[in-house]
Design a protein around this ligand. Sequence first.
Ligand code: PRX
Length: 641
Amino acid sequence: MNYPYQIKTFEEYQSAYKRSVEDPEGFWAEIAEHFVWRKKWDKVLEWNFTEPKVEWFKGAKLNITESLIDRHLATKGNDPAFIWEPNNPEDRTRVVTYNRLHKRVCQVAQMLKNNGVKKGDRVCIYMGMVPELAYAVLGCARIGAIHSVIFGGFSAQSIADRLEDAKAEFIITCDGAYRGAKDIPLKSVIDDALIGNKVVKRVIVFTRTRTPISMLKGRDVWWEDEMEHAEHQVEKDGIVSFPAEEMDAEDPLFILYTSGSTGKPKGVVHTCAGYMVYTNYTFINTFQYKPEDVHFCTADIGWITGHSYIVYGPLSAGATSLMFEGVPTWPDAGRFWSIVDKYKVNILYTAPTAIRSLMGFGLGPVHGHDLSSLTTLGTVGEPINEEAWHWYDEHIGKKKSPIVDTWWQTETGGILISNLAGVTPSKPTYATLPLPGVQPILVDENGKEIEGNNVSGNLCIKAPWPSILRTTYGDHERCRLNYFSTYENLYFTGDGALRDENGFYRITGRVDDVLNVSGHRIGTAEVENAINMHAGVVESAVVGYPHEVKGQGIYAYVIFNGRHNDEELTRKDILQTVTRIIGPIAKPDKIQFVSGLPKTRSGKIMRRILRKIAEGETQNLGDTTTLLDPAVVDEIKNGRI
Ligand code: PRX
């Protein structure tokens, strides 16, 4: 497969960019020609950011799996679509060819159908990083069901909330998942999430860890049995088929929940056609994928990075995508490097937090592994600091592999700002230039555009690209309020950025109450709500602070009026509570007990002050005279952990 729209030079980038802004419809229509459509579109783009309403390739009919799988079968049927590396390096690895993937996806679609799943139904997927997770995602897409993947680190309560919000009737899970030295009991978490739930009709359970689990008659079925049955239905005389459901361009493809500045996670909705075209385009261009390259994205499919750059983007390009079940530091901190060596990985796409954590082990774990196959390195999820950037460049890329610093979000579906590997210039810690079709602008507090270079402001986007979110599930007004109402006629990202003398963007971090901990997005309000669930907690305030490995750590100030004869135990109880309500990823790194919080006379918590104290700044706290009780600030300063 060749990619006629792969940009090869800086000049080509400039002309593609110019065209994409001057004639977005013509630009994207040309790219869209390179996919499988049952019917072409009537109109390339219709939009307004006031409702908001965005429709790409309106009137077109397709099933995304035909562009991801079926079209490759004649030419690449025996080529690997996925390479799967298990958690334990001694276990059997798996290579899934496009032929095999086709068969498995048809089987899953048939299995879903047998279990009553129809087009438009929501299927919640809560699995570890096994190939069956990808089959489940694609099986949903094939039958037109809307998948909602939930990361394996979320608690039963989080799952229950998401199930309720999505009104999901079906779940696909595993008995358990391996992650490093741990076994995560996924099915038993699902069982807890389903206590009192009357909506879920069917839970399909894939066997991975052979952990003992309960299987409820009438509700729970085994994946293996169901797939075996489905196999007989989809395969006749050696020919495999399951007719793909015909979808509208704008039918929802999936929901993915993400945190915002309010308490409840939002179900970001992406639709079929635009998401397909944009993830493909950005995959091919950002990473400069070449046929036969092995692409290793280390993310979990529970996050958007895994959706777009393990599954959808790579498969639509007929690529080989490496899927890894484990963690970077188990059985030792050379795990990534041994995988790169073993499979001759060409593209490695990971998070700054992983790089920083591996840096901490020194060069010992890197030595002895042949990394010469690498041609492109990528980072995503949070700002990368200079030191980590240079370490990655020097010791992993050996200064010959360009690093792409890709900035994007769950809501954007695909990469919006990044250099293109080896094609456009890179600059440490800068995401640099927008992809074609993306028009970033910086605005001040009042929404006034900040023009020129060497400036900073709030990052917005002026016009839609094909994979912009369409709505938040079940609550369109929330989508409008969150992203399209802060500044008129703009999509507001929630990030701050600066633009240097070359017009390169550097993302400086969130300007709202959202934390980025180890590349995971967590709302401060969400963590506060969880802490406040603890019986002895009166009130709490959560802020971020710089953390060497995680990027940001979670600092919680807590007013506690329970029995308090053992502070350490109370801290552990609170951590346990947060783990129950959200999951271990939201556990505060530090908990400081306080007698009051700095509040204005109108009762608003002055987070600015709390943030400064958490960061270690105790002198220049700004104006504290408007506080209801200024003395509380001294107490908090003195008690800082
Ligand atoms: O703050 C930005 C940060 O991650 C946020 C989006 O998080 P999420 O929706 O979980 O998606 C992460 C993976 C795409 C953004 O608002 N972020 C993401 N990439 C970068 C980044 N910050 C700096 N540089 C990046 N390359």
